[in-house]
Design a protein around this ligand. Sequence first.
Ligand SMILES: *Cc1c(COP(=O)(O)O)cnc(C)c1O
Length: 473
Amino acid sequence: MKTIFEKSNDVEGICLTDELEDVSFLRSSLLRKEKCGLPQMGELEVLRHYKELSDRNFCIEKGFYPLGSCTMKYNPKVNEFLASLEGHTNLHPLLDDEYAQGALELMYNLQEALKKITGMDAVTLQPAAGAHGELTGMMIIKKYFESIGDNRKKVIIPDSAHGTNPASAHMCGFDIVPVKSDSRGQVDVEDLKRLIDKDVAAIMMTNPNTLGLFEENVLEISKLMHDNGSLLYYDGANFNAIMGYTNPKLMGFDVVHLNLHKTFATPHGGGGPGAGPVGVVERLKEYLPTPVIAYDGEKYYRNYNLKHTIGAVKSFYGNFGVLVRAYAYILMMGNNLKEATENAVLNANYLKEKLKKYYELPFDEPCMHEFVLSGDRQKQYGVSTLNIAKRLMDGNTHPPTVYFPLIVHEAIMIEPTESETKQKLDEFVDTMIKIAKEVETDPDVVLSAPHTTPVKRVDETLAARHPDLKFPI
Ligand SMILES: *Cc1c(COP(=O)(O)O)cnc(C)c1O
């Protein structure tokens, strides 16, 4: 496919000074000396160009998207409509509280809803992503220990954790201490006991963990940590695993972040805006970023008055448009949020049971919202998990997350989410079985996949490390 520059009749483009008679009102140092090289095309041609490009993109509206740990579920279109209402989009963030009561009420109500869902005592909506929520949470934990004069240096993190966990803790100056998983994929409590000492500030856990398994010893772990004066951080990126059934407070956690752009149905991918609200227990309330949104019984207002606040972590109040979508989703679902969890867990277990005959299942236990297969069996035929992922693209399916978590060989991490039908799940099962058979009978067709996509194999390392995003004109 040609770029828009190649399609253009005249890549010279225009220069503002050509169009305007008198440019003396503009500062001369700012005037462009040469033409800027914008492509020249008619409106229809521009539309066709971008339509063709967007058709090449894969999205949830196009097909199944079982990208483990990313919760690529359906984002209801009504959320988009509500977020695009003028009252939301044209509201200036610097208006006085009295002129923004509706927006403040919405944020306050969202904070309250997230308090209920997590069991926490206070919530900030500021962080713009899951990793940003982790950073905020770890800054709170750091400041808490500083303020009680107990400068603890270490944070314990399971070896199955999402990479952002150690990264966030490290950015706050903590030393990372990994704790092993046992043969059932659970945090090894004996290993943990050996690692606990008075220098441990916190443990960061994901429950269910990234293997999709519920940590059965979580209450024992929280007691061990609290007895040591340590805090517990809960990575709640994939809350559709537990929502309405249990919460981090009941499990003994002190700080939690949520990914509104996963669990609460706001679009994500492509680095677009997200939201990673953080909830804390009572004793950490005063450490939250300011402002938090408060209500005095009559008016909603921004409260900047928190004794130990870590300060702001984002301009204004967070990604407001994302907050509107998530609030709309929560209102629309009401008590059915619990049903979302049921379906997410049911769908994952259904796929796991259907596929375990064809792919190795390292941890054969009931899973929560996702499960992890291994491509080890297929590896004997010279076909890797990467090849299987590429072959899935020929079946109009986004590949699952691969090679993560790191503790499973040739990992294939599948998260169907709650918004898929049984028919769609069955289609995916059929495709996975077909590929497993191809691996044995015709491995070349898998090794050379994808065959139907506009772009075949790319050098992923090069693309990540040295992205070349500029077209030479
Ligand atoms: C997605 C995810 C994160 C990070 O969230 P971002 O919004 O991508 O920063 C952290 N932990 C887990 C378990 C996740 O699935």
